[in-house]
Design a protein. Structure first.
Length: 130
């Protein structure tokens, strides 16, 4: 048994249920931002704002640009809703989004990932667990 393993989950907020929406990047970055800034910010706003940059929603570079340039308002100004349809033309921040906007620079961790090099390692790891 390994007695040196440390459970580092304690200071992090619980996992967010994003429902069936493809918002995992915005939700994950929001959780990290909230942990660093010690305030609740809007994942919905980050998801929307990412669509304003090249690559669009779900793209790490777009999300990083949105977080650094636009930031995120408090989550109370645009709460995350499972039933929101971000494909409709009127998907935009409500008038209650007035800030202040918390900005954060994030490293480009995922944009240079070589999936072809990682895939065999992931397969070996998954095979080792079965």
């Amino acid at each position: 048994m390994l007695d040196w393993i440390i459970d580092a989950r304690a200071p992090w907020p619980p996992i967010t249920d994003q429902g069936q929406r493809p918002t995992c990047l915005a939700v994950a970055l929001t959780t990290s931002h909230e942990h660093a800034a010690d305030q609740e910010v809007s994942a919905e706003y980050l998801h929307w704002a990412s669509g304003k940059y090249p690559g669009g929603r779900g793209n790490p570079d777009a999300a990083g640009a949105a977080l650094a340039r636009r930031g995120q308002p408090p989550s109370s100004q645009w709460p995350y809703r499972h039933e929101t349809d971000d494909s409709c033309a009127d998907y935009m921040p409500p008038t209650t989004v007035v800030g202040p906007f918390a900005r954060r620079r994030c490293n480009r961790l995922l944009s240079n990932v070589d999936e072809a090099r990682i895939r065999p390692h992931a397969r070996r790891g998954a095979a080792g667990r079965s």
